[in-house]
Design a protein around this ligand. Structure first.
Ligand code: GDP
Ligand code: IMO
Ligand code: MG
Length: 423
C-alpha cells in the first residue's frame, strides 16, 4: 500500500493539523516526518481546541497509530508537556504513539545556541521559534547528534555531557548576553528524558515497511511549509529540514516508488511568521482584517502572523516541487468580508513579467501583478456542502484549479472538524 503525504504549500500554518485530524478516519497510521516543536498544529472538535507540536495529529482517533519518524527532532521537555495536555483524554499512549529510535534529540543547549545565533544576527535574524531546531539539525548533519536510541544505552549521560559542554563553549563564542541556569535546564531535561523512556521506541523504517506490506494505510504529516524548506524555501529565512515531499522519504524511510497521493494544503490567502521575503504581504487595512478575522497568531510562539493575498506564482512552484495530486483550500471563510479578492498571478521582476519563482524574491526585485476576482459576501462557516458555496467562491476555486492544474478536493470554512466541505 502506498504512503500518502499531506504537506503545507506556503510558509506553514496552512491548517495541516485540522485536515490530518479530518482524514485520519481513512488511515491506520499517521507519521510525522520532519520538524519538531517549532510546529504548532491546531485541531478543534467538540468545542475544544488542541495544539500539537511533535505528536502527530491523528492522536485523538482510537484506531490510528501515530509515529514520530526519524526525520523529526524531539525536545523531551516540550514532549512531556504535550503528553500532560493529553492526559485527560484517556489515550493509550504506550500503544498508540511510537517513536523512532533514529529521531534526534533537542538538548537544552541547542535552544540556547538558537537564541545566541539569533541574537548575534541582529536585524538579519531568521525569526526562529527558538526551539533549538537549527542547532539540532546542524549536529545531525555534523554527525554529533544524540538520538532517541541513545537513551537506551547505559552511558547516555556521558554522551549528553560531552555534547552539552561543547555547546557551552560555542555559546561563549557568540559575543551576546544570554541569561540561563544550565543546572535547572538539565534537571528538567533529565526528568523529561525519564518520561520519554516510558514510551515505545521502534525502528520506524522497518515498522513502516512491514505496515505497507500488510496493506496498512499510512498518511505522512508534514510540518512547516514548502517555502520554509531548507533547499527550496526563501533561504536563509527557512527552517532546517526538507518540508517538501522528498523529506517524507528521508524522514520515514519510505521509498519514492511507494509514495501515493500528495495532498497539498494552502490558505485562500497567505501568511508568514518570522523574517524573510513575502511579495504579496499587505501593510494596510486589508492585511489587518485578514489577521483579525483569521486570528492569525502563531500556535507555537503567539507572534502575529504577517498576512497578504494569495501568491499563485509561489503556490505553483510548491505544487511542482511536491508533485501535488490534490489540493485543499483553507480559511475561505476569512475572506468573506472582501468585495474584491486579489490573486498574484505574475511578478514584475526587475522590469520583466515572469510567472516562475526567481532566485531572489526580496521586495526590491519583485512586485506582484494581481488579478482581481469578485469576493463572496456570505458567511460560509455554517455551510456543509459544495452546492451551498456562493457562485463567486466557486469561480475563485475554478480559477485556481485552472491555474494550478490540480483539483481542489476540500474547502475548509472554519477551524472545527465539522467545518470541512468535500468536493
Ligand atoms: P498548521 O500548523 O498547518 O496545523 O496550522 P495552525 O494550526 O498553525 O494554524 C491554522 C489556524 O487556522 C488554526 O488556528 C486553526 O484552528 C485555524 N483554521 C484551520 N482551518 C480553518 C478554516 O477553514 N477557517 C478558519 N477561520 N480557521 C481555520
Ligand atoms: P507549522 O508546522 C510557521 C518559521 C519560523 C521562522 C523559520 C525558522 O505549525 O506550520 P525555526 O524555529 O524552524 O528555526 O524557524 O520558520 N517556522 C514556522 N512558521 N509554521 C511553522 O510550523 C513553523 N515552523 C517554523 O517562524 O521564520
Ligand atoms: Mg502551525
Amino acid at each position: 500500500m502506498a504512503v500518502d503525504l499531506l504537506l503545507g504549500l506556503q510558509w506553514g500554518d496552512e491548517g495541516k493539523g485540522k485536515i490530518v485530524d479530518v482524514l485520519t478516519k481513512h488511515y491506520d497510521i499517521i507519521a510525522r516526518f520532519q520538524g519538531g516543536p517549532n510546529a504548532g498544529h491546531t485541531l478543534e472538535f467538540d468545542g475544544i481546541k488542541h495544539v500539537l507540536h511533535t505528536i502527530p495529529s491523528g492522536i485523538f482517533h482510537k484506531n490510528a497509530l501515530n509515529i514520530v519518524g526519524n526525520g523529526v527532532v524531539i525536545d523531551p521537555v516540550i514532549f512531556k508537556k504535550e503528553l500532560q495536555a493529553l492526559e485527560k483524554f484517556n489515550i493509550d499512549i504506550k500503544s498508540k504513539l511510537l517513536i523512532s529510535r533514529k529521531a534526534h534529540l533537542i538538548l537544552p543547549t541547542h535552544r540556547l545556541l538558537d537564541a545566541a545565533s539569533e541574537a548575534s544576527k541582529g536585524k538579519a535574524k531568521i525569526g526562529s521559534t527558538l526551539k533549538g531546531i537549527g542547532p539540532t539539525y546542524m549536529d545531525k548533519t555534523g554527525r554529533n547528534g544524540m538520538r532517541v536510541g541513545d537513551l537506551e544505552l547505559d552511558n547516555w549521560k556521558e554522551k549528553y555531557r560531552a555534547l552539552a559542554d561543547k555547546h557551552e563553549a560555542m555559546i561563549a563564542f557568540y559575543d551576546v548576553e544570554i541569561q540561563y541556569d544550565l543546572k535547572e535546564l538539565e534537571a528538567d531535561f533529565c526528568d523529561a528524558v525519564e518520561n520519554l523512556k516510558k514510551l515505545t521506541f521502534i525502528d520506524s523504517e522497518e515498522y513502516l515497511f512491514q505496515a505497507q506490506k500488510a496493506g496498512k494505510k499510512i498518511l505522512a504529516e508534514g510540518a512547516q511549509g514548502s517555502l520554509l524548506d531548507i533547499d527550496f524555501g526563501t533561504y536563509p529565512y527557512v527552517t532546517s529540514s526538507n518540508t517538501t515531499a522528498a523529506g517524507a522519504c528521508t524522514g520515514l524511510g519510505v521509498a519514492p516508488t511507494h509514495i501515493g497521493e500528495v495532498k497539498g494544503i494552502f490558505k485562500a490567502y497567505c501568511t508568514r511568521v518570522g523574517s524573510g521575503p513575502f511579495p504579496t504581504e499587505l501593510f494596510d487595512e486589508d492585511g489587518a482584517t485578514m489577521g483579525r478575522v483569521g486570528n492569525e497568531f502563531g500556535a507555537t510562539t503567539g507572534r502575529p502572523r504577517r498576512c497578504g493575498w494569495l501568491d499563485l506564482v509561489a503556490l505553483k512552484y510548491a505544487v511542482q516541487i511536491n508533485g501535488v495530486t490534490e489540493l485543499m483550500m483553507m480559511k475561505a471563510d476569512v475572506l468573506s468580508g472582501f468585495k474584491k479578492v486579489k490573486v498574484c498571478t505574475a511578478y514584475d521582476y526587475k522590469g520583466k513579467r515572469i510567472t516562475h519563482l526567481p532566485y531572489n524574491i526580496e521586495a526590491e526585485n519583485v512586485t506582484p501583478i494581481y488579478t482581481d476576482l469578485e469576493g463572496w459576501g456570505q458567511d460560509l462557516t455554517k455551510m456543509g456542502s459544495a452546492k451551498e458555496l456562493p457562485d463567486t467562491l466557486k469561480d475563485y476555486i475554478s480559477f485556481l484549479e485552472k491555474e494550478l492544474e490540480v483539483p481542489i478536493t476540500i474547502v475548509s470554512v472554519g477551524p472545527d472538524r465539522t467545518q470541512t466541505i468535500h468536493r
